[in-house]
Every structure is written in structure tokens, then in C-alpha cells.
Design a protein. Structure first.
Length: 493
């Protein structure tokens, strides 16, 4: 059985000489993560067997371990691990830096340790190994009482982003009792191979591949320049509704929408006309995402006002009330908090009898209350515990509004870097991570996981109440990454 540990973490190896610690560490961890007393003895002295260099080697080891923990890097401490005071100091240092600390106990039979030692080119002196074996019997029984987060045996181990630590069981549940889940592809970057001239063709290829992969919807961000969470302000970035119109012509089945439309960017009645036109031209596939708008720098750059939060909330509530009138029959007047429309007329009306409205934002006091009253879905961010809490709050607001919670979907926006296996995943992380960003930190930021990791994570989200996940693929410069995501989606069909 493979054990998943959260990244970053501290792994202390404990066992007598020749028990297999260094070989096991090399099999499961990158060389840079392993702090080895033997290797430091070779650095400080004449070789790994230079006992006279032990004091200096351990002094170096403690310095390296302290620096790595301070920098919150996964650290594997490869020593005998028989010194009680050193183990205590490592645990306390890990706690100080809020790092999980586990010990791996190498309870290899004494006879096997002796046989391995005899086969070494440079052997541990027999009397020294005997002392280690005696000490190990005492240490072995102490480990479970010392306060490590876990005491593990030398089994297969993976260090993964926190989102995937507990997903293995959920992946099994999905295989045994499949749950349904909608998937949307979130297009947040338009920097493609071939540059600007290739943009239209790359986008067409991605859209076609996304439908073939099984994505139910395609979403774009409603911004006018790239946001700092994704890239640089001068990176290529397409206008949202023009792009959606192009995607309508490139696709046949996927629903289309902006996740989410900033309510400050357009006259709301005009927005209603835009969405209705998109619905007609796409054959009834438009969705309308709405949000409060948050990017002050973008407003400033384009000369738009950026009203205070309270005014934007008033505008958002008016938009939620006005848009269904625009898409409905007749041309009723509308008088809201800040919007006045004498004629809510929109012809042709959308082909859909009801255009779904997705309200973006997880504010529990105001945004989710508005979603419960006026929207068809609430889109939230965050880890699994956060999503569970948002789902509970949304249900409470629905009850308060006298609305059936089943009529308001919960959707979740996240990033997912998908690898077929750990080796491919590690290569993708190294290729994509920005300079000066640790690979583990980057993996955490993009939810880097294998196909099974993501199946388990999405199953857990479905169990928390999520009806649809909108997924950003950070390596989506062409159709190829969609083939890996296809395996995840297939598990939910």
C-alpha cells in the first residue's frame, strides 16, 4: 500500500546500519531532499566511512536540516536515528515551522543486517553493528510514544500536495460506486505556440478536443488583460464575449459562458442582449456568469470607475433581477437599487427558456445569500473543508429564502496539472514552474497530481456537494494535455 504524505514534510529514518534506509530513501525521494550523515561525512572527511569526521558531519547535518525546515522544504533525515535527543530536536523544529514530521522504522532482522554488511565493500565493524542492533530494540518501542505524526514502515511513499493526501480512498469509491459530475474547461491563458497569428487555430483545436474529451462546458475569464494570478499584464489576452462567439462556431455541444462577467464592465441591459445573442447563435448553449468585479488595476487602466463594494453589490443584485426579465416575454420596466430600465426588451429572446446564471464568489454573508435567492449556481474556490462549509452556508441561505437547495448548484473552480504517473508529473512540474519557485510549492499551487489523484479529489468534492468543477489546465498550450484529463472525466461518466 502506498502512503501519501503532505508536501512539505519531514521524514526521519530510524534503524541500525545495513537495514536499508539509504536505499529506500533513494527510491522514493529526490536526491536533493535527502540529508545523509554518510554523505556529509564524505564531504567533511576522507569518505563515508571516515568516523573521525562524524562530529563535523553532524554539525553540517543540523545546519542543513534547520535551513530546509525554515524554507519549508521536504526533508528526509538519513542517519541511524537512534539518538533520542536528536529525534526530539527534529520534531520540535518541524513543529516550529508547522511541518508534519513522520518516522520510518526499519525493523530489519539482525541476521539480514549482518548479511548485508558482510556484502559491503566497506563494512561497519561487527562490534559497532552489534551495538546498533541492541540500541535499535529499545528505540523501536519508543517511537510510537514520542509524538511523531506517524510511525511508518518502509513501504511505498509519495509526497503530494495537501489536496491529495486523503484521496486514495475516494478514488476507490468512485471506481466501485461511480458518482456523476459535470466538467467545465476554464480558458485563462491565450499564450500559444506560434504566437498571436496561431491563436485562432490553437483555440479551435483546443475547443474541439475539449468536446471530444467530454467537457460539458467551456468558460473564459471576463478580463481585458491577464491577471497576476495567471501571468503578466502584457501576455496575450482575448476579450471574453468575442471569444465565446468564436467558440460557438467551433463547437457543437459544449455550453459557453464567462466565469464570471464583471458587473461593472458593461451596461447590464446590454449584457443581457450579448448573452441572448450568444445563446441564439450557439443553438441554446449560453450560460451567464456574474461577479462583483475585483481587479481595481484593470478598471484604472481602462478608465472605468471602480465603485465601493456596497455599490457593486447593489449593482450585482439589480443585474440578477433584471437579466431574467430581459430574457423573458414582453418588455417590462425595471426599477432597481441603481439600475432603471424603462423597457426590458430583448429580441430575439434566448433559445433557452431559462439561461442559467452562475454567481461567482464565496462570500458567505452576502454573495451566497444572493445566489440562494437569484442564481442557478454558486461558484466557489478553496480546499475541501472550505467547500464543505460553503455548501452548508448555501443550503442555509436557500432554506431562509424558501428555495429548494437542489435548485441551486454548487460549482468549484480550480487548477489541475494532470500526469499519467509520478514520473511524468514531476517532469511537467519542472518544465512549467517559474524560476526561483520551488517545485513542491509550484505543485501545490497547480494541484499537480496523477489521474487517480484527481479522480479521488473530484469524488471528494462531489461528496461535499459540488455539481460541476471548472478546471484550468496550466499546460494547455495545445490539445495534448486534454488526453490526460479525459481519463479523469471518463471516471465520472
Amino acid at each position: 500500500m502506498t502512503v501519501n504524505l503532505p508536501s512539505p514534510c519531514v521524514v526521519v529514518l530510524a534503524g541500525p546500519g545495513a537495514s536499508g534506509k539509504s536505499s529506500w530513501a533513494a527510491e522514493h525521494f529526490a536526491a536533493d531532499a535527502i540529508v545523509s550523515s554518510d554523505r556529509l561525512r564524505a564531504l567533511a572527511g576522507a569518505g563515508e566511512d571516515d568516523i573521525t569526521a562524524s562530529t563535523d558531519a553532524f554539525a553540517l547535518l543540523e545546519q542543513v536540516v534547520a535551513v530546509r525546515m525554515r524554507r519549508r522544504l521536504t526533508t528526509v533525515i538519513d542517519t541511524l536515528g537512534l539518538d533520542t535527543e536528536r529525534r526530539r530536536a527534529w520534531r520540535e523544529l518541524a513543529r516550529r515551522h508547522d511541518l508534519p514530521c513522520v518516522v520510518v522504522a526499519f525493523d530489519t532482522p539482525a541476521a539480514e543486517c549482518r548479511a548485508r554488511n558482510r556484502g559491503r565493500a566497506k563494512r561497519i565493524p561487527a562490534d559497532a553493528l552489534t551495538v546498533q542492533l541492541r540500541s535499535w530494540r529499545q528505540v523501536r518501542d519508543l517511537l510510537a510514544t514520542e509524538g511523531f505524526d506517524e510511525v511508518l514502515t518502509p513501504q511505498p511513499i509519495r509526497v503530494v500536495p495537501a489536496a491529495f493526501v486523503d484521496t486514495a480512498a475516494a478514488a476507490v469509491r468512485q471506481r466501485e460506486r461511480p458518482a456523476g459530475l459535470r466538467f467545465g474547461l476554464h480558458l485563462s491563458s491565450f499564450t500559444f505556440d506560434g504566437g498571436t497569428p496561431a491563436t485562432a487555430e490553437r483555440l479551435r483545436e483546443i475547443a474541439a478536443a475539449a468536446e471530444e474529451t467530454g467537457f460539458d462546458a467551456l468558460y473564459v475569464m471576463d478580463h481585458f488583460r491577464q491577471i497576476p494570478q495567471v501571468g503578466r499584464a502584457w501576455d496575450n489576452f482575448l476579450e471574453s464575449y468575442t471569444t465565446l462567439a468564436y467558440l460557438a462556431a467551433c463547437t457543437r455541444t459544449a455550453e459557453l459562458g464567462a466565469l464570471v462577467t464583471g458587473v461593472t464592465y458593461r451596461n447590464v441591459a446590454h449584457l443581457g442582449k450579448i448573452v441572448a445573442t450568444l445563446d441564439v447563435l450557439s443553438g441554446g448553449r449560453a450560460m451567464c456568469g456574474l461577479g462583483l468585479a475585483w481587479f481595481r488595476a484593470e478598471h484604472t487602466a481602462y478608465g472605468w470607475d471602480f465603485p465601493p463594494t456596497s455599490q457593486r453589490y447593489a449593482l450585482l443584485e439589480d443585474a440578477l433581477r433584471l437579466l431574467p426579465l430581459l430574457w423573458g416575454k414582453g418588455s417590462p420596466s425595471f426599477e432597481g437599487n441603481v439600475i432603471s430600465v424603462p423597457e426590458a426588451a430583448c429580441y430575439p429572446r434566448p433559445l433557452r427558456e431559462h439561461v442559467p446564471v452562475i454567481l461567482g464568489g464565496g462570500g458567505e454573508r452576502r454573495t451566497l445569500r444572493l445566489a440562494a435567492r437569484h442564481a442557478d449556481a454558486a461558484n466557489v474556490l478553496g480546499d475541501l473543508d472550505t467547500v464543505r462549509r460553503k455548501a452548508s452556508v448555501l443550503r442555509a441561505h436557500c432554506a431562509e429564502a424558501g428555495r429548494d437547495p437542489e435548485t441551486v448548484a454548487l460549482t468549484h473552480l480550480c487548477t489541475a496539472l494532470v500526469g499519467t504517473d509520478d514520473r511524468e508529473l514531476a517532469a511537467s512540474v519542472e518544465r512549467l514552474r517559474p524560476q526561483r519557485v520551488d517545485s513542491a510549492k509550484y505543485a501545490e499551487s497547480v494541484n499537480a497530481g496523477t489521474v487517480d489523484d484527481h479522480i479521488g479529489r473530484f469524488r471528494a468534492l462531489a461528496e461535499a456537494g459540488v455539481n460541476e468543477v471548472m478546471v484550468r489546465l496550466p499546460d494547455l498550450t495545445g490539445p495534448e494535455p486534454l488526453t490526460r484529463m479525459a481519463k479523469v472525466i471518463a471516471a465520472f461518466r
